[in-house]
Design a binder for this molecule. Sequence first.
Ligand code: HDL
Ligand code: ZN
Length: 417
Amino acid sequence: MRDDRMNTTDLRHVVQKAVETAKIVDVHTHLYPPCCDKLLLRGIDDLLTYHYLTVETLRYGEIGPEKFFALPKNLQADIIWDVLFERRSPVSESCRGILTTLNSYGLDPTSESLGSIRTFFAELSLDEHVDLVLEKSGVKSLVMTNNPFDEEEEPHWGPGFIKDERFRTALRIDDMLNSPQAALKKLEQRGYNVASDTGGLDYPAMKKFLSDCADRIKPVYLAASLPPDFDWSEGSAGYGILRDVVLSYCEESGLPIALMIGVKKLINPVMGLGGDGVGFSPVEAVAKLCLENPHVKFLVTMLARENQHELAVTARKFPNLMVFGCWWFLNNPSLVEEITRMRMELLGLSFIPQHSDARVLDQLIYKWKHSKGIIADVLFDKYEDLARTGWQVSAEDIARDVEMLFSGNAKEQIGIK
Ligand code: HDL
Ligand code: ZN
């Protein structure tokens, strides 16, 4: 019988402290290391013009998308601040995130102007800013999204790109899976001997390309976002490439593959990055993938709320399936709580509860603060449930469990120390 008894107040305090101080491995972001300079978005204008807030602003119809996007970034930010903060209460999760972040810097937007907030950020050098945000957010290391076909990013792929251990790479292969012919053309332009006379897809050239990219940036996993109708069956779109190029490479290299399923690209193109939608996706495809590729490690997140229960049940059947994060439109308190509770009840501690998906450096602060608060509440409730059975967790037990959720499971999956 365990003898360390904690009363409810002590238990809540110990859980909150353990979660609050937990170091984080953030398995999915869109950030860049300091060597990429301007590619790394940071500061108040980048925070305000994050695509989550631009679409929320444009809903009020005070300005049209074309006119809005033609404005310089600072004027876009002025409009967003006026529409969503000055003339309405900033109750959405993306707006609240801005306020949480400013508050963490000791800035009070109710009394300070946007101008003085801009001055605060302008005085932070890039390296100081990165160090400050990683310290405040508790993120020890994060995984980027590295697309070999991104003309802005790819030129940075040299030894300096992977020098900073805090920024790990992920080889993002959406283009190869979702637009293979265009991808092959780009391979040809880069000097790959694409056997175009076959008329079909040149798998060996694609696999060589993957291997060469991996040699350059040392990814911790391969990644792709997939549409709601993603299907793993002979003859379906992308099936051959996924099977004979990507999964074959993952099996040989031992690299996991992260699949992010359920995005409907550009349902409203004029909104740009903010134009994507969500769709229900057959989880059966994930089950078949895991069944037929037992030696590949799958990291899977799905975008539709309605997919979450079946995905968690599927994960119970496949040890090579690690469910991660409350992705994108699910990263809202009500859904993070619902999904985390359900996952813990079905999977225990064998899942990765969250990733930030941060596109702007400072977002790490609010995305993790908000999620940590919810995950701590869920954990506390579960420990209370245990206590009612007579099972008392100790402070060491709690520290161990929290480490698994915020870094241990991730490190094991992506092979980092
Ligand atoms: O495809 C992805 O990685 C998504 O996360 C998109 O980048 C999306 O636009 C996003 O920013 N989600 O938070
Ligand atoms: Zn993302």
